[in-house]
Design a protein around this ligand. Sequence first.
Ligand code: PMV
Length: 370
Amino acid sequence: MNDIKNNYDSHRGDIRNVSGTVGWESPANIALVKYWGKYPVQLPMNPSLSFVLKQSVVRIYLEYSIGDTDGAGVRDFTLNGAPNLNFQSRIGSFILSLQPIFPFLSKMNLSIRSESTFPHSAGIASSAAAFSALSLCLCSIESLLYEKPGPGMAENPESRSFLQKASYVARLGSGSACRSLQSGFVVWGRTGILPESSDEYAVGLPGSEVAPVFNTLRDAILVVDDATKKVSSSAGHALMNAHAYREARKVQAADNLEKMVIALKTGDESLFFKVLENEALSLHSLMMSSNPGYLLMRPATVSIIENILDFRQQSGIGIGFTLDAGPNIHLLYFERDRSAVKGFIEQSLLPFCSKRRWIDDGMGNGPRAI
Ligand code: PMV
């Protein structure tokens, strides 16, 4: 771990008084195989697999200036134009914890402006998008301070080591955030299936390993409940430490990852939905069977799931559901069925959604410098 961390340490050395602004837009991601349970520091108990969304993004503009004195930090933080002390304090602690990786932070004053496309209080987690955007901003500053002058490196999302470091840093903010750094299908956590995979950052599944139909995936996010969750993801991860099914979950996740990778490669849609739904229901079963147990699904969650299964059986259309650690449904389907699925959502599913709210999202292209 230390060796790897040292590989990621910034160059040390003198930095003069500099200032500037960097900005990144970064997406949320939806896990097909779920990360649930972790070791310190934010290392996953099992490997997970996801893809990034297109519409659900966070944009962060980070204004920085370096002074001569120590003790700098996040001077102000706004979300969609309004100061947000809660986020400011969470991000302030995150930035403080990153000083061993980015020593320049100890002398840096930061002012953060963030914008989110997530509907206000829709109960949709934006932390993966926010922490990945913030990590990209920090890596950009590092590049600007220490790389040879000239554009390119900081803004070049193709740069492998740049993205790998951003993924490593994003993971420390929120585990699943490390999977928001690139397009396509992304794996986080060591697995024999992918030799370059790591517990410390996410890597992409090569495009040649994915049948074209899966690059047309769409995600209809059905907002069942917009209240803040009663049990946070961090508390849920912690309950896996002494979970009676902990070892069985590791075996199941490895098995599901293998099956999902086969489904993606062979274009096996039916296997894809089978594994997708097994993962979603297993995640929520693990919550229910934790000690103490808890329930994040709402009655409307169950009604939507039943409607989806009935519709699939009657229409033969390839759709399926997954869930994050919350009550909202992610309905996955393919571009070719867009109009039929839209009709189904409007007619049969919106009555179960809070204020008939849903987000018409799909597979995205990953982060971009702004
Ligand atoms: O990244 P966290 O700590 O918010 O955990 C996310 C966990 C799930 O969303 C339930 C699963 C996943 O792999 O994204």
